[in-house]
Design a protein around this ligand. Structure first.
Ligand code: HEM
Ligand SMILES: *[C@@H]1O[C@H](CO)[C@@H](O)[C@H](O)[C@H]1NC(C)=O
Ligand SMILES: *[C@@H]1O[C@H](CO)[C@@H](O)[C@H](O)[C@H]1NC(C)=O
Ligand SMILES: *[C@@H]1O[C@H](CO)[C@@H](O)[C@H](O)[C@H]1NC(C)=O
Length: 337
């Protein structure tokens, strides 16, 4: 049998496979084993040091990863700074309440990595590892981060709208939003457990306190004394958006399953949090996560691995950014004539 037609057939099948997406470059835990074997340790060292200095770092870093992955996939697009000619993702309205700390943390981790293995590790991978380290630092589960993401070449503020879940969303809107990135309803519940650490600005939930509906001033699913406390912290008049409140009033900077227990007590901070308990369909998942922190941790790890695979660029797509805040400058071909 002639071997040439066989080779042609195999190549053709591979091309069709790549086109249909069933033969795609995979992320791997060992991706940098030859080129940057200590990358995880270097990133963990930087994030741990910064987290010890400020409790803002772990929650905001975890959230930064979410906002990266939901827009253009997990490709470091949120790290790009705006320029005179491009208003970048991070300056979109949905991203304006981020502190500077997580952006600085990624830049610092990248610098530490570049010292040892210049030009090898993507900013997208560093962000994925950093978020894992933020979870571990606060007492949550460890997982091995699969790597090999390439950094994206697109970061536009105008492409953010409609892609990120909103605090006002009910379970249906959350489901529609997460479905856009192939995440399921159980994934929504489990991943919302990220709100076991960190804070929210008052303007994300003041409608629940003062303007819930045409029939009710306050959201009836909220614990009344929680409402009273929040009203003193978040006055309606003035609406100072810079005031922040803890997501988990019981263990605010510990990664545990208290977030879900709080929902049972009417202590969910956002409408999108409390609704996970109010809706009987999602409540069954909440109750499973209340019953066992071990179950929550395992489910969280599985869901994070799914989330950090959204729209990843691999192989020769994208680039390995030198500076996480800027696209690489175009290659200049020197004229030696
Ligand atoms: C289910 C849909 C989600 C909605 C509607 C949502 C919404 C929000 C909002 C409004 C804030 C407060 C931002 C601010 O005012 O500063 C926030 C913060 C946060 N979110 Fe989410 N989020 C969602 C999913 C997630 C997921 C999947 C994770 C991680 C697995 C996550 C982790 C965090 C963390 C850690 C913070 C605190 C940030 C800080 O303290 O700086 N969120 N989220
Ligand atoms: C992570 O990978 C290491 C090395 O392969 C392995 O020993 C360890 O058990 C893994 N940890 C988890 C939580 O999967
Ligand atoms: C979701 O899955 C579909 C079908 O497998 C795929 O075409 C699409 O690219 C996926 N979307 C993301 C954001 O991963
Ligand atoms: C109250 O809620 C309605 C409907 O969401 C909104 O149009 C209105 O601007 C809100 N009022 C205040 C004072 O925030």
């Amino acid at each position: 049998m002639n071997a040439i037609p066989l080779v042609v057939l195999i190549v053709a099948l591979l091309l069709v496979g790549v086109e249909l997406g069933f033969v795609k470059a995979q992320l791997s835990v060992n991706f940098y084993d030859q080129t940057c074997p200590n990358v995880d340790a270097i990133v963990t060292g930087t994030i741990t040091k910064l987290a010890e200095q400020s409790n803002v770092v772990p929650p905001s870093t975890l959230r930064l990863l979410v906002h990266d992955c939901f827009v253009e996939g997990c490709d470091g697009s949120i790290l790009i700074s705006s320029t005179a000619t491009n208003l970048a993702e991070r300056d979109a309205p949905d991203n304006q309440n981020f502190p500077q700390a997580p952006f600085d943390a990624i830049v610092e981790a990248k610098k530490a990595v570049e010292v040892v293995c210049p030009g090898v590790v993507s900013c997208a991978d560093i962000l994925a590892m950093s978020a894992r380290d933020a979870v571990v630092f606060t007492g949550g589960p460890f997982w091995n981060v699969s790597k090999g993401r390439r950094d994206g070449l697109v970061s536009n503020a105008f492409r953010v709208a409609g892609r990120l879940p909103q605090a006002s969303f009910d379970t249906r809107l959350l489901a529609d939003n997460f479905a856009q990135v192939n995440l399921t309803v159980p994934d929504i519940v489990v991943l919302s457990g990220g709100h076991t650490i960190g804070v929210s600005h008052c303007n994300q939930f003041t409608d629940r306190l003062y303007n819930f509906s045409s029939f009710q001033q306050t959201d009836p699913s909220m614990d009344p004394s929680f409402v009273r406390t929040l009203k003193t912290q978040c006055p309606q008049v003035g609406k100072i958006p810079s005031t922040v409140q803890l997501f988990d009033v019981t263990t605010p900077f510990v990664f545990d399953n208290a977030y879900f227990k709080n929902l049972q007590q009417g202590l969910g901070l956002l409408f999108s949090d409390q609704v996970l308990f109010n809706d009987p369909f999602t409540r069954q998942f909440v109750n499973q996560l209340i019953a066992s922190e071990e179950v929550f941790f395992q489910a969280f790890v599985d869901a994070m691995i799914k989330m950090t695979s959204i729209g990843v660029k691999t192989g020769t797509d994208g680039e390995i950014r030198r500076d996480c805040t800027a696209f690489n400058p175009p290659t200049v071909f020197k004229d030696h004539s």
